[in-house]
Design a protein around this ligand. Sequence first.
Ligand code: ATP
Ligand code: FE2
Length: 330
Amino acid sequence: MISLGIEGTAEKTGVGIVDSDGNILAMEGCQLFPEEGGIHPRIAAEHHGEWIPKLIPKAVENAGISYDDIDLISFSQGPGLGPALRIVATSARSLALSLKKPIIGVNHCIGHVEVGKLDTGAVNPVSLYVSGGNSQVIAYESGRYRIFGETLDIAIGNCLDQFGRETGLGHPGGPVIEKLAKKGNYVDLPYVVKGMDFSFSGLLSAALRKYQKGVSIEDVCFSLQETAFAMLVEVTERALSHTQKDEVMLCGGVSANSRLREMLKTMSEEHGAKFYMPEMKLCGDNGVMIAWLGLLMCNEFGPMDLSETGIIQRFRTDEVDIPWIDNTKS
Ligand code: ATP
Ligand code: FE2
């Protein structure tokens, strides 16, 4: 069975094609880089509207298949920016109708976890999913992916990006902050973990205040990273201890950060858990993860009726039944 997946929850348009053995036949993407400021939902939607029709034929051609060979159209149903999701869902419906193929909408966050498992061979990990729009500690328990901890306000990537914009480092902030942090020393910033959740908005304001008061950009970048990442690693560690699992996986665009990887790997090894991270191109948003999760879902539940393909802007990771994981190993 061959699935074509369309991703477009935020600023990246992605189209991927996979088969039921997990072979990636094609992976096409195009990222929106805003001229200034953050991502405007309408501009993201226009970007998807422009690129989906270009990336689909490219993916089909690169996969060396014909449209007839496609058995399933998968798309990211949520969570994400409303206008962006609407373009993705509409494109997926049009494609499914015109090709007379079944369709399925899937949860974007679960897509990150499942493609990570496919790529790394991890079986049942505690996952830290960190990106521009999401920050969650996810692990399978009792039939679903449970959110063990999450951000109470903005995502870590968004925190880094906002810091980058306000201080003139440009967008996205994450990679530049990582570079500058290498030359910095620690200054005190607020560490906010409440229960199993973390918060980044107070940390962002405090970091900006330090910078405005004349602390060097290198020192603020270093301290921002150390503080934020320690919060993420602490919650992942607690989820690992609670679930007694023996695998940890990092995914999402912020996985590009080598300091975060190092901290999470060290923590995992201290607990005797194996650390995994998918190939970087599969860490950020992509169409392959949507195509693959579509196949897993369709195997269990069959395709969707068109009436079920509406977008779910606040689609929670723990709303989806996951019957394909062996309960005895959870
Ligand atoms: P999602 O829809 O899952 O929220 P996204 O649209 O944010 O995803 P991703 O590619 O997953 O897209 O992640 C982009 C984020 O990753 C940005 O916030 C960016 O600053 C951050 N990032 C990229 N490289 C680094 C890095 N080296 N260090 C820290 N953050 C990074
Ligand atoms: Fe994502």
